[in-house]
Design a protein around this ligand. Sequence first.
Ligand code: 26Q
Length: 745
Amino acid sequence: MNRERLIKTLQNIDVTDKTAAELYREISSACMDEILSEKQKAPARCAYYFSVEYLMGRMFFNNLLALGVLDEAREIFAAKGFDLNTFEDVEDAALGNGGLGRLAACYLDSAANLGYPLNGYGIRYRYGLFRQKFVGGEQVEEADDWLKIWGDPWSIRKEREAREVRFADMVVIAVPYDMPVYGKSVNVLRLFQAEGSPEAEKISEYLYPADDTEEGKLLRIRQEYFFSAAAVGERTERYVREYGTDFGKFAESCVFQLNDTHAVFAVAEFLRLLTKVYKVPFGRAVTIAKKTFRYTNHTILPEALERWDEELVEKILPEIAGILKRLQIYAAAAWKAEGCPREEIVRMSILGGGKFAMANVAVYVSERVNGVAEIHTKILKERLFSAAYRHDPDKFLNVTNGVTQRRWLLLCNEELARFYDERLGSGWREDLSLIRSIDCDDAETLAAFSKIKAEKKRQLAAYIEKKEGIKLLPDAIYIAQVKRLHEYKRQLMTALAILRIYFDLKAGKLPDFTPTVFIFGAKAAGSYKRAKEIILFLNKIAELIANDGEVNGKLQVVFVQNYDVSYAEKIIPGSDVSLQVSTAGFEASGTGNMKLMMNGAVTVGTMDGANIEIVERAGRENNYIFGASVEEINALEGKYDPVKFVKTHPRVREVTDTLTDGTFSDADGKLKDLAASLFEETYNRADHYYVLYDLLPLVDALLKVNGEYRDRTLFTGKQLKNATRSAFFSSDRAIKTYAEKIWGI
Ligand code: 26Q
């Protein structure tokens, strides 16, 4: 890449009579030409990330930053009378649902910036994650036609590298689209688009809007096999061209990282190709696979563990079903020979009860299996995969998640980046751990940081006013809970806590209350009824409070529409407080918690996921930890009765009553189901996620924040300590760990 040449090209772009979309494509293409001019030597060993989700967000600013031309490009076009911020209207590439997909994007960013050869494989969905609107407080989903206005200048269609993927009932063409990931190395995210017939095209039409279980099983299986088979097919073909059909060195040239179980069919396809096409004996093929695959688990929710019906797989992928059955027989024989007890073998089985347990395939075949935070890995070892752990303890390790500071600090908080530049020089941009040396007790430093936070809050308020038409209270504490909507994440508990504070305010019990704004952002899977009811409930609470002149200068609730990566880039720097209140044991890691920390928010959270490691580093005294621990939750099992609980806790009872007593009369009985989720056994035990149990401790934590916020020096100090101790949560650290301990690249 030639920076001077790129700058020249940008200077020569004529802006007159061009639409924003035309300019967007022209500038992007100029950058692409430079990116692609980089001739890369194929490294001897490469890692491949297999993921059904990539939540890339907006590529434009990220790529210009990576190319080192962002600031100059802004000036060049400003001089021509064109504001590059116009491209803040460009659609996000939202080919993912949430944490797992955004993690994949952060990891690609870090690997390229550190010069590690890591390429991605996935699906090029025609429609990404749905766009969300609220109508009467309820979520309405619209198709995300992300290519319509702006196109996709950051990808190149590789027609000539298209390949066939065969199902029993159809042949599908997998056409690759390559998205370069620019950094010290130029890596590639290769997304396959399904073509060949209207039936075939359906396979890459929609991203599954679920981060729990969903319907449309057959289509989901087709998606998973489609991209896995295309990827494994081209890797093995490439290997055979270079080294022949012996496969003895395959695992030295390739390592396949499974981002959860969604690409586990890659294992079966790999075994199928080796044994059926290249005539490698089954046992030897398994040995090679065991040196090639790695697996990361991202969830322990039973409903999110993939278990596919044997018959279903049999129907559209008979050979693959056959391979998996053979793998079960092979593995069981090996376990037996190694002296494994029968019950242990059953627990590790690939096929059981007529279903393929995809996680067990992944664990068996992977050389390394990792969880995404210390507590999560511990739970994998002790519960989910305990039999496999006893059998092969060295296979398991932890790699706590991380986020890229390029997007989550440099791009979204230039002011904070400059604050570090002024105090540390620019070295911290390469090595984030240097920010630790900032003096958090220095009065001038605190004042400067406090000014930045105030400015980011002002910018956020302006953005929300533009997007939602709602004016945020100006001199208030901004508290954010932004993440997918799920019962275990307990947005319902926050809703009830807000009602508790509202009632107490009205009763005059909180005379010194500092004005507070609660900002929510979340999408609910289209089929997840209860999650949608929680959105409605929160919107009704927002309305109730906004219309109450007694409190609406002190308390405000805003649920923004269509929370996505780009919205996150506004909310995260503009928040004082990060809400991370999952039931202990359920949030594998969380990564929003890290982004908020990096931008100087304090955490109000439970001892769950990466929160534990956050407070370990930022200091428990600088955050607000509350609620039951994993041990307490386990001890409550079978003993907790929410119906009895509210009888002894009237302050809880008062707020849950609003779900049924007509407070929100126009919510049309829809909130009754939320009451049922708390007090009745439905698809789960009553109050399965201990919402009521942890409610008053949450209220206390929020009121503690409210009190301490008034001491501006104290509170700003806590915020700055969080920001400057966040380096561990950089995805650069995480990727180095994967490269060294898992991939050997
Ligand atoms: C399962 C079965 C059938 C269909 C879909 C699924 C499915 C789809 C998506 C199951 C899980 C997911 C996504 C999970 C996810 O995003 N997990 C999050 O991963 C983050 C990155 O590691 C963690 O920080 C979060 O704690 C975790 O919730």
